[in-house]
Design a protein around this ligand. Structure first.
Ligand code: NAD
Ligand code: DAU
Length: 344
């Protein structure tokens, strides 16, 4: 991959799952300087940046994208922005939607405002395939209508609208990516794949919402980061780029694959009450991105095996994330669901 034509890139949410992998990729690709702005919410951790923080090209700032002073400081001297910072978990958005509006909408607005003033040459906003809502057949194209159905997806949709408003109104060179379900090392144990792995490693069952036939397209994190890099360098401002893997699986199939990889008892898969408003299926058409030369490189089978191996090896990392606060969230989210427990 070619060296970027940027001097200093602001990466927000760089202490999170995808953001931390992206920082590693950007450094490997020769970015001269990176400023990471991250609030270090429950989802972020400096442990995700092990081996990165010592790099003289990296400056880490703990701060909130919704805080104009923190953003102004972080934006100083930057000529590109990649915005990963967000509240990202759908279940939490159902419990506490206001935090999603504050960070995902207002925070993005603050970033757009300061990026416009700084006249950056690229503003890449990392969005999600959830903005389309459920796609029961076929695959969503970038110009399809947006019909978000949960508070997280609604906040991401609103953020995109602001991003395009800044492009159309003030000429900010905005690019938007809409990625599908991403997995890999350093993903917080609240999300389905790491939750299932770490539950099995802790002797707990995998909770499957409803019938488990909801379908997601699973993308390995390195492939997602390469896609963002390609769009950052070669995308056309004002455009959206879907990122898909064409690795669709019902949740039950993912759970069964994990049980097999870990040699666990199939009875560890239990059905619990469904997520309210649970989107049945997501699917995107990623031919626009393919035209820029990107393809996913890691198959689901390979990515899942690598991920399981990493969680088996890095129990220190995930046990620290499954702390008391996580236990409190877990009890709140899953209580009431367990009344319909049954084996798959
Ligand atoms: P994550 O939850 O692992 O990380 C989010 C990071 O943002 C954390 O480090 C957190 O501390 C930080 N953050 C949260 N609020 C902040 C604030 N107000 N100010 C500064 N930092 C803040 O998320 P992720 O899974 O790495 O997702 C990154 C981005 O990619 C998000 O925008 C998400 O919507 C998008 N996305 C994720 C997926 C996926 O499957 N994980 C798929 C498509 C798109
Ligand atoms: O599609 C992209 C989106 O993927 C990202 O924008 C989000 O940030 C990311 O969290 C993810 O959203 P999902 O809701 O699809 O991911 P999650 O890992 O929470 O759930 C994946 C599927 O597994 C979903 O159908 C719900 C189901 N599930 C999840 C959990 C946590 C279960 O059946 N049981 C569970 O305990």
């Amino acid at each position: 991959m070619s060296t970027a034509p940027f001097r200093r890139v602001l990466v927000t949410g760089g202490a999170g799952f995808i953001g931390s992998h992206f920082v590693r990729l950007a450094l490997a690709c020769g970015i001269p300087e990176i400023v990471i702005l991250d609030k270090l919410t429950y989802a972020g951790s400096l442990l995700n940046l092990e081996g990165v923080l010592d790099d003289p090209r990296v400056r880490f700032l703990q701060g909130d994208i919704a805080d104009p002073d923190a953003v102004a400081e972080a934006m100083t001297g930057c000529d590109a922005v990649v915005n990963f910072a967000a509240e990202t978990h759908v279940d939490r958005s159902l419990l506490e939607p206001a935090a999603f509006v504050q960070t995902n909408v207002w925070g993005t607005m603050v970033l757009l405002e300061h990026a416009t003033r700084a006249r950056v040459s690229r503003f890449l906003h990392v969005s999600t395939d959830e903005v389309y809502g459920e796609v029961l057949i076929g695959a969503a194209k970038e110009d399809d209508p947006l019909r978000p159905r949960n508070p997280y997806a609604a906040s991401k949709t609103a953020a995109e609208h602001f991003a395009f408003a800044y492009w159309a109104s003030y000429g900010l060179p905005v690019l938007v990516t809409r990625g599908c379900n991403t997995y890999g090392p350093y993903q917080h144990p609240e999300k389905f794949i790491p939750l299932a792995i770490t539950n099995l490693l802790s002797g707990q069952p995998i909770p499957i919402y409803g019938d488990g036939l909801q379908e997601r397209d699973w993308l390995y994190v390195d492939d997602h980061c390469r896609a963002i890099w390609v769009v950052l360098l070669h995308g056309e401002p004002g455009q959206v780029y879907n990122i898909g893997a064409s690795e669709h699986r019902p949740n039950l199939a993912v759970a069964r694959a994990l049980v097999e990889l870990l040699g666990a008892d199939p009875a560890a898969i239990v059905h619990v009450a469904d997520r309210p408003g649970h989107d049945r299926r997501y699917a995107v058409d990623w031919s626009r991105l393919a035209a820029l030369g990107w393809r996913p490189r890691i198959s689901f089978a390979e990515g899942l095996a690598k991920t399981v191996a990493w969680y088996c090896e890095r129990q220190d990392w995930w046990r620290a994330r499954r702390d008391d606060a996580f236990a409190a969230y877990y009890a709140r989210n899953y209580e009431g669901r367990t009344s319909v427990l049954r084996s798959s």
